[in-house]
Design a binder for this molecule. Structure first.
Ligand SMILES: [Zn+2]
Ligand SMILES: [Zn+2]
Length: 338
């Protein structure tokens, strides 16, 4: 099969590799579309030890069942499915609770198992859901990205947020914005440094945008919330600077959600947590129920997954990666279609 292979650090090539085979409980899928994730661009750029080549990357995908392994009975050949990025062990207390995203033995496509930048990929049938007929492949491939946003919205629903800020208008930020709008009804402000991304956020329903290159983020936040701070601030960048920004922008008693993973170590003013009872909430991937919730939202047309992506044939995978790495203008997200 043809694949976009990550053969060694700082290299990508379109090449042929042997077809994979569906193992016990697995489906063999012909990939229809697979999104390029920011985490993969990061891994490529910084030689991440979490993604060690040689590897086939790609964990945001949908495809058609072309074979079923032993013990896989829930899907038929020809059926179309959307996959989760996370494969839980299925045995542990977290998996049994439904939190496959927190499984200590979880596998991620394009990390511990081969990913979907390829014509074929195998996936356990426990980690896929049906792909509705009228949903375009490119949009269906964004289900996993949306599920990240749905997870954020579900984590903060208990606060009944009215004003939410999303820092970073990349794919995760734009999906978190849309999920929060759709599931909580809160007004959302989005901040970023790139005007084209802020335009996308506005088109997707943001009530207000902040260009933090030109405006003082903290001041703009206080102005928007009458000096109070937002009920929820979602840091979809995760750099030390945005983690520091996100806390004081949250109202006392509110929640700061860290989903971005652009940086790890940071110095914080912890009194912003203690003295104001802010809650810092981590968010990682999503549950299977949230994957289903996401595909339903996309199929119902409540989330726009198409207007801000760019599709490329698999053969142009290297070009697509390079465009996303340059991250200029309105190239917000690339999707590879084998
Ligand atoms: Zn991803
Ligand atoms: Zn588990």
């Amino acid at each position: 099969m043809k694949t976009l292979l990550y053969p060694a650090y700082e290299r990508l090539e379109v090449t042929e590799v042997p077809d994979p085979q569906a193992g016990q409980g697995e489906l063999l899928l012909r990939v229809s579309a697979c999104g390029i994730c920011g985490s993969e661009l990061e891994a490529f750029r910084h030689r991440s030890p979490r993604r060690v080549p040689p590897l086939i990357l790609g964990h945001e995908f949908c495809g058609e069942v072309v074979d079923t392994g032993r013990g896989a009975h829930n899907f038929k050949i020809g059926q179309r499915v959307v996959s989760h990025s996370v494969v839980g062990c299925g045995q542990c207390v977290r998996c049994r609770r439904g939190d496959v995203n927190l499984c200590a033995r979880r596998q991620i496509f394009g990390m511990q198992r081969q990913g979907a930048f390829a014509e074929l990929v195998t996936a356990p049938e426990s980690c896929v859901v049906p792909w509705p007929d009228h949903l375009a492949a490119e949009a269906a491939s964004l289900t996993e990205v949306l599920a990240n946003g749905v997870h954020v919205a579900n984590l903060v629903k208990r606060l009944d947020p009215r004003k939410v800020v999303v820092i970073g208008a990349g794919p995760i930020g734009l999906m978190a914005q849309q999920a929060v709008q759709a599931l909580t009804g809160a007004d959302v402000t989005v901040s970023d440094l790139i005007p084209e991304r802020l335009e996308a956020a506005t088109k997707l329903g943001a009530k207000h945008v902040i260009n933090s290159k030109e405006e003082n983020f903290q001041q703009a936040m206080l102005d928007w919330t009458d000096g109070e701070g937002a009920d929820v601030v979602v840091d979809a960048v995760g750099s030390p600077a945005t983690k520091q920004q996100s806390l004081p922008a949250t109202r006392p008693g509110g929640a700061t959600v860290w989903i971005g993973s652009h940086g790890n170590t940071v110095t914080l003013d912890t009194y912003d947590i203690t003295l104001s009872e802010r809650c810092v909430q981590g968010s990682y991937a999503a549950t299977m129920a949230e994957l289903q919730q996401s595909v339903d939202l996309l199929a119902a047309g409540k989330i726009d997954g198409l207007s801000w992506i760019k599709a490329f044939p698999l053969g142009e995978g290297v070009t697509a990666f390079n465009r996303m790495l340059a991250a200029e203008g309105d190239d917000i997200k690339g999707v590879l279609c084998p």
